[in-house]
Design a protein. Structure first.
Length: 507
């Protein structure tokens, strides 16, 4: 990698970037309803309106266009199952050169077909992205193709920087902060370098998912770090390590890093839909989620804040999961486990205590002659303050209350499993993320080493991975044997045996 450039060098590259042969200048639109709600002027940069529904076309095209004619004639290659793949496919097609896209064999057909429709030559290789990336670099060396990195490249960064160029041209007045989604950091680096050079007064806020916050980790450590694992919900920014060149820019230009939960991202997707009737992908709505969190954290009012809607490439099936989590993300629903008396009229009395609030979900299970455990969802209007007030009210009435609103296992699995106690003394509970590929379950079962499965709950909503809750009995072996078997499977896992939700509803 080259020595770090001065900001003026990034600006020069951005001004000379060739993107508009294929990309379009996207609108900057004020979200009037959200502006009134949050008492700030909130603007959305609509990169979801690009020809490939993502900003990635800018950097990919600029990089390919900057190659020599000889390099172009040899062809270009990348490894991607997402927006970079489509951006490179269209870029190569427009320039009349061969564009090869290596994708994992597990890539959904909808993404493979999208790349082919844009003129890309698709090669399916490996079960995971790392295997596809290694093979792509191998082909580049063997065939003489130019490997096009999705973010850690100066020409790619400069292409993405044209988003910042457009923002400053489209909004000549005061801008207090720009919120940018971060995966590998190409979009962040391009916008941040350009904006900070011309308008150093504008705050640059990087936004990441809580479970894939590689920039936040690097900023805290003072150096690039590799996350042991990353969450895949916002797959467009699911990167384990920030780019080398992009991190140099971040250290100089980023004022703050904000991380957002899955629920907060889902709420932002809904906000964008209600404003534009368009559906952002999770990574596309990430910066708006960060903007909302920034306003609430700092209590700012009357400011001009801009979020980047970076893309809209999402499988339709994922909308089920998103809609389910939106109310929680907007703090409009509380999930409680409440112990009520096991006697006639107890449910009616409980509902009277809740007052006129709507019950969104109610799961009941007999516990013993004296008590019943209730898994209940309750609609809120006043956010966390109302949630705490409601809990206090219930406890003053003598109910035992457990707040599960932030319990990931309860939201993903328990609410769908309430209904039976196994009573197994040696049962242990684990939560997994299974890759969505043929043989994933068989691989899991074959490596368990004879441990008996006592519970199994699987959920998938069009993601690259499935969410799995598994109960297993230790039997004649030790807990250490069981843990060793789980590690051998190779899937991310966490133990949930101590979860209060599990103890109440399933144990």
């Amino acid at each position: 990698m080259t020595e770090p450039l001065r900001l003026e060098d990034y600006v020069r590259r951005t001004l000379l970037a060739r993107v508009y042969d294929v990309a379009v200048e996207t609108p900057l639109e004020e979200m009037s309803q959200l502006s009134r709600r949050f008492k700030n002027r909130i603007w959305l940069k609509r990169e979801d309106l690009q020809p490939v529904f993502s900003f990635k076309i800018r950097g990919a095209y600029n990089k390919v266009a900057q190659l020599t004619r000889e390099e172009q004639q040899k062809g270009v290659i990348c490894a991607s199952a997402g927006n970079h793949a489509q951006g490179l496919a269209l870029s190569a097609s427009r320039l009349g050169i061969r564009g090869t896209i290596v994708m994992p064999q597990t890539t959904p057909d909808i993404k493979v077909n999208a790349v082919k429709a844009l003129g890309g030559h698709v090669v399916l290789h490996g079960d995971v992205f790392d295997e596809a990336a290694t093979y792509a670099r191998q082909l580049a060396a063997e065939k003489g193709y130019s490997f096009i990195h999705p973010y850690d490249d100066l020409d790619v960064i400069a292409g993405q920087g044209t988003v910042g160029l457009e923002i400053l041209r489209q909004h000549a007045g005061p801008i207090d902060a720009i919120f940018i989604p971060v995966g590998g950091g190409g979009l962040m680096a391009g916008i941040a370098a350009y904006v900070k050079y011309l308008r150093p007064d504008i705050r640059i806020i990087a936004v990441e998912p809580e479970d894939a916050a590689c920039l936040d980790a690097a900023m805290k450590a003072g150096e690039r770090v590799v996350l042991p694992q990353v969450g895949l919900f916002a797959d467009g920014v699911a990167v384990a390590q920030i780019g080398e060149e992009t991190f140099k820019v971040a250290r100089q230009c980023v004022d703050e890093v904000i991380t957002c939960s899955t629920d907060e991202i889902c709420a932002a997707i809904k906000d964008i839909f209600e404003y534009s009737r368009s559906i952002a992908e999770p990574a596309g709505a990430l910066s708006l989620a960060g903007l909302k969190k920034y306003v609430q954290k700092h209590g700012v009012e009357g400011q001009t804040l801009i979020a980047i809607d970076s893309g809209a490439n999402m499988n339709f099936d994922r909308l089920r999961h998103i809609s389910e989590r939106t109310e929680l993300g907007e703090k409009r629903e509380a999930i409680f486990a409440v112990t009520i008396p096991e006697k006639p009229g107890a449910f009616r009395t409980f509902c009277q205590t809740l007052g006129k609030r709507n019950i969104t979900e109610f799961n009941y299970r007999y516990a013993d002659h004296n008590d019943a455990h209730v898994f209940v969802g309750i609609q809120l209007r006043g956010g966390d303050a109302e949630r705490q007030e409601l809990r206090d009210t219930l406890e003053k009435k003598g109910y035992r209350v457990l707040d599960l609103s932030d319990d990931e296992m309860a939201k993903l699995h328990i609410r769908h499993l309430v209904g039976g106690h196994a009573g197994l003394a040696d049962e242990h509970l684990y939560r997994f993320e299974f890759p969505e590929r043929p043989g994933a379950l068989l691989n899991f079962l074959s490596r368990l080493g004879g441990h008996n499965i006592s519970l199994f709950h699987y959920r998938n909503h069009g993601d690259a991975f499935g969410r799995v809750l598994v109960g297993m009995q230790v039997g004649k072996k030790t807990k250490a044997d069981l843990v060793a078997s789980l590690d051998a499977v190779g899937y991310p896992w966490s133990e949930e045996t101590g979860s209060p939700a599990y103890q109440l509803f399933l144990r």
